[in-house]
Design a protein around this ligand. Structure first.
Ligand code: HEM
Length: 422
């Protein structure tokens, strides 16, 4: 029988308010924490999390059949293995890297400039709700070849899909709402997918429709699931990372000043933001056989949650892990966006995030645009910072004041950020 700690729960309000305050205690005293209410194990040590994510035979993504498939309207990439996984993953990777990336970065810049313009003369913006959320949805719609004007509707549906996947405990009425959102998103996508099948273009949906594996094309159900998979995977973590980057830089004015002086430090600031506050805090797996971690048994069939936030702050992996320091010698900026990353914010192993390079380029482009425009940036008077989410986590809002800008942002066709435009 697993040991239950009656004084502490990951499902408590206390934990939800500030998970990082509990990470050290978990790693040191309860590295295999059992939550009876959801019959699941939570692993917090870096080496244990890495082991789970890389031992694909012993720990599988079977949990997603219940957790994701109902709202993805079909099997998602993370559920697949073998040749099917490799082939479908390759299509997604190709759409977000290489020559395709250049066009996308131009679209990121154009979207960002358009969203930002009305706020510049005001000198105030909520970086999450006015900017980051719409930006991440619109950019992903562009890559997929969907109409960016549909972003509000798509965003509302994605909210339901995301809630279903990341809701640790979901009330029946919320569950129904989430399934309704998924059905409506599917109904929106299917006619578009069928149209792209007949008249393919250069977008990702067309590529998915025309791709073949062993001579077999993907069904509309397969394509729908992959499109929803990409939408949800690309949108949520990107807007959270952008807001967290600004939050940490504002909290650390000397580091902000250095990044302003030398924007080549931006990738290090983004990598450190991902390590320090990963937007994906939990990755679930199912144990396929009995296992043992730090002397504690985990039975076959158990759900295991990898605690990415706790693993990234393990002193065995990073020195002074509770400090935000973009100059930390063990950061390894270049490898932070690759399979060799020491932090686990993009996962690791077979299912490691295929969007990491795109995410870096997207956030770097947007931050390079924002930094010179948001002069004298600070939290708005009276603003109270609050993060939400156990599974994915980020600021509920980030209200910032800055020196008002009178002129419009020039939308440079080459995608390079403009200089100061006042
Ligand atoms: C800062 C931004 C991002 C973060 C922190 C992030 C994080 C993650 C993590 C932790 C996983 C692994 C899940 C697992 O092992 O079960 C993952 C997988 C995935 N991500 Fe990302 N992601 C980001 C951006 C993106 C973007 C922009 C895309 C767009 C293509 C994307 C697409 C995916 C897909 C399709 C998977 C599933 C891969 C597979 O199972 O083979 N992500 N991501």
């Amino acid at each position: 029988m697993p040991v239950v700690d009656p004084r502490f729960s990951i499902l408590s309000e206390d934990f939800a308010a500030a998970p990082h305050r509990h990470f050290a205690r978990l790693r040191e005293r309860s590295p295999v924490h059992y939550e009876p209410e959801i019959d699941s194990y939570f692993l917090s040590r870096h080496q244990d999390v890495r082991r789970v994510l890389t031992d694909h035979d012993a720990f599988t993504t079977e949990t997603l059949q219940v957790r994701a498939e109902p709202v993805m309207r079909g099997p998602v990439l993370a559920q697949m293995t073998g040749a099917e996984h490799t082939a479908k993953r390759k299509i997604v990777v190709r759409a977000f890297t290489g020559p395709a990336l250049q066009d996308q970065i131009r679209a990121v810049h154009a979207n960002a400039a358009e969203l930002l313009t009305p706020f510049l003369p005001l000198g105030r913006i909520d970086l999450v709700n006015d900017f980051g959320k719409p930006l991440a949805v619109r950019v992903t719609l562009d890559v997929l070849g969907l109409d960016r004007n549909d972003w509000q509707q798509v965003s509302a549906w994605l909210g339901g899909v995301g809630e279903f996947i990341t809701g640790i405990v979901l009330a029946p009425e919320r569950r129904r709402h989430c399934l309704d959102c998924a059905e409506q998103l599917e109904a929106y996508l299917v006619p578009i997918i069928e149209q792209r099948r007949r008249h393919p273009g250069a977008d990702l949906i067309s590529k998915l429709c025309t791709a073949e594996f062993d001579g077999i094309a993907m069904s509309t159900r397969d394509v729908t699931a992959l499109v929803i998979n990409v939408l949800i995977a690309a949108v949520e973590p990107a807007d959270k990372t952008l807001a967290l980057l600004f939050k940490h830089l504002i909290d650390h004015p000397r580091q902000l000043a250095r990044v302003r002086r030398d924007p080549t430090l931006l990738p290090a600031a983004i990598a450190e933001t991902l390590r320090y506050t990963p937007p994906v805090q939990l990755i679930p797996r199912r144990a396929e056989q009995d296992a043992e971690f730090a002397g504690t048994a985990v039975p076959a069939g158990a759900t295991v949650f990898c605690m990415i936030g706790a693993a990234n702050r393990d002193p065995d992996a990073f020195t002074a892990p509770d400090a935000f320091d973009l100059h930390r010698p063990d950061l390894g900026t270049a490898r932070s966006f690759t399979a060799a990353a020491q932090h686990l914010s993009f996962g690791t192993g077979l299912h490691q995030c295929p969007g990491a390079a795109f995410a870096r380029a997207e956030i770097e482009t947007v931050a390079a645009l924002l930094l010179p425009l948001l002069d004298d940036v600070r939290f708005s008077p009276g603003f109270r910072y609050r993060e939400t989410g156990l599974y994915t986590r980020g600021p509920a809002a980030l209200s910032l004041d800055f020196a008002p800008v009178r002129d419009r942002v020039t939308d440079q066709a080459d995608g390079r950020p403009p200089g100061h435009v006042r």
